[in-house]
Write a protein that binds this ligand. Structure first.
Ligand SMILES: Cc1cc2nc3c(=O)[nH]c(=O)nc-3n(C[C@H](O)[C@H](O)[C@H](O)COP(=O)(O)OP(=O)(O)OC[C@H]3O[C@@H](n4cnc5c(N)ncnc54)[C@H](O)[C@@H]3O)c2cc1C
Length: 330
C-alpha cells in the first residue's frame, strides 16, 4: 500500500541486497536518515532470492556463512540506526527539484531525499516461467525456496538443469519426502561436481522430459504430468508433487533506472572513484556499479558501500569529514 505523505530522508538507497543493507548501516553511522527500497518482498537481493541455503566462503571474517545468516546479520547491523524499509516496491521515477530528489515508487509512494545511492545489483530479476505452469504460481509452483522447512515431508519436483536446480535438489533432499529432477535435455549446465553429488544421493534425474500438466485441487498441487522422450517416442509419466521448483533461470533488467539520466555500461551504472555517477548526489555501489577492473562480489560491494556513503556525507554537508572515524571508538 502507498504511504500517503511523502517520506523525507537524507539518503534513499535503491536496492536492499547485501550492498544496500551495509550502506544503510554505514549511512546510519554517518547520522544520515535513510529509506531503503526494494521491489522484492524480503531484504537480501540475490542472496535471499537465489541461494539463501548455500554456504558463502569469501566474505571477510567468515570462513563460511550461510546466505540466510549473512543477510540476517546485515539487517541486524543496519537496524541499529532504524532505516525505513520500503519492501515490495519498485523505485520507478526519479526527478530533481530545488536540490532534492523525488523518487516515485510503483505504488505511488513518494520519497524525497538529498542524495540517492543505487545498489540495484543486476536489476530486478524475473524468473523464467514454467511452461504449463499457468495459474499455479504460489499454489505449488515456486521459483525460489526462501524457507526450506515449508517443504518438509513433501514430494518435490525440481525442473531445470543449471546450478540452481541442482542446488535446490541438494538442499531439499534431507527434508523432503521425495525429490526428483526433471530436465528437458540430456546435458546439464550445472557444475559437474554438483551433478555428481546429486547422482550419488540416488535422486531420480529424468532427462529429455517436458512438463505437460500440473494437477491438483483446492488444497493445492497433487501431481505433475511430464512427457519423456525415449527412442523417438513421447512417453507420459505422472509424478506426485506438492511443490514444483521451477529453476529455469531468470532475466534481469535495470528497468526504470535506465531512464534516470545516468551513464550506462554493460547494463551497469558508470561511477568514478568516489562511486559517484555522472549526476551530482547520485551514487552507485555493488553489482550495479561499473568501473575499469570491477569485480562483482559481495566483498567488493561492502567496500564500495562505505566509500559511497562517506562521500555522500560530504556531498550533503561540505563541512563533514570524508573519513568517518573508527567505529571501534564509539
Ligand atoms: C547463485 C549465486 C551464487 C553466488 N555466490 C557468491 C559467492 O559465493 N560470493 C560472492 O561474493 N558473491 C556471490 N554471488 C554474487 C552476489 O550474490 C552478488 O555479488 C551480490 O548479491 C550483489 O549484491 P548487491 O546488493 O550489489 O545486489 P543484489 O544482491 O542484486 O541486490 C539488488 C537489489 O536491488 C533490487 N532492485 C533492483 N532494481 C530496483 C528498483 N528499480 N527498485 C527497487 N528495488 C530494485 C533488487 O530487487 C535486488 O533485491 C552469487 C550470485 C549467485 C546468483
Amino acid at each position: 500500500m502507498a504511504t500517503s505523505s511523502p517520506i523525507d530522508v537524507d539518503l534513499l538507497i535503491v536496492g536492499a541486497g547485501p550492498t544496500g543493507l551495509f550502506a544503510a548501516y554505514y549511512a546510519g553511522f554517518r547520522d544520515l536518515k535513510v529509506a531503503i527500497v526494494d521491489s522484492l518482498p524480503e531484504a537480501g537481493g540475490q542472496v535471499t532470492a537465489m541461494y539463501p541455503e548455500k554456504m558463502i566462503f569469501d566474505v571477510a571474517g567468515f570462513p563460511a556463512v550461510l546466505g540466510r545468516d549473512l543477510i540476517k546479520a546485515l539487517v541486524e547491523q543496519a537496524d541499529q540506526f532504524k532505516p525505513q524499509y520500503l519492501l515490495g516496491k519498485q523505485a520507478h521515477e526519479l526527478s530533481e527539484m530545488d536540490g532534492r530528489f523525488e523518487a516515485r515508487l510503483h505504488d505511488e509512494t513518494v520519497v524525497r531525499a538529498g542524495a540517492v545511492l543505487i545498489t540495484a545489483g543486476i536489476g530486478e530479476f524475473t524468473p523464467r516461467p514454467l511452461p504449463a505452469g499457468d495459474g499455479w504460481l504460489g499454489r505449488g509452483v515456486v521459483h525460489f525456496v526462501p524457507e526450506l522447512a515449508v517443504h518438509k515431508d513433501q514430494d518435490v519436483v525440481v525442473v531445470g538443469g543449471g546450478d540452481s536446480a541442482f542446488d535446490w535438489v541438494l538442499a531439499l533432499h534431507p527434508i523432503a519426502a521425495s525429490v526428483k529432477l526433471v530436465h528437458r535435455r540430456a546435458k546439464f549446465r550445472a557444475m559437474p561436481a554438483t551433478v555428481r553429488q546429486v547422482e550419488e544421493l540416488g535422486v531420480p534425474i529424468i532427462t529429455d522430459a517436458q512438463v505437460i500438466e500440473l494437477r491438483g485441487d483446492a488444497d493445492g498441487l497433487r501431481e505433475v504430468e511430464i512427457s519423456v522422450k525415449r527412442d523417438g517416442a513421447d512417453e507420459p509419466m505422472v509424478l506426485p508433487a506438492q511443490t514444483v521448483v521451477a529453476a529455469l533461470g531468470f532475466t534481469a533488467d535495470l528497468g526504470p533506472i535506465e531512464s534516470w539520466g545516468l551513464e550506462l555500461d554493460h547494463r551497469a551504472v558508470t561511477v568514478d572513484t568516489t562511486m559517484k555517477t555522472v549526476r551530482d548526489r547520485i551514487y552507485a555501489a555493488g553489482d550495479v556499479a561499473q568501473y575499469p577492473g570491477k569485480v562483482k562480489l559481495i566483498a567488493t560491494g561492502f567496500g564500495e558501500a562505505a566509500t559511497a556513503v562517506n562521500n555522500i556525507a560530504v556531498a550533503l554537508n561540505p563541512d563533514a569529514h570524508l573519513f568517518p572515524g573508527h567505529s571501534s571508538n564509539l
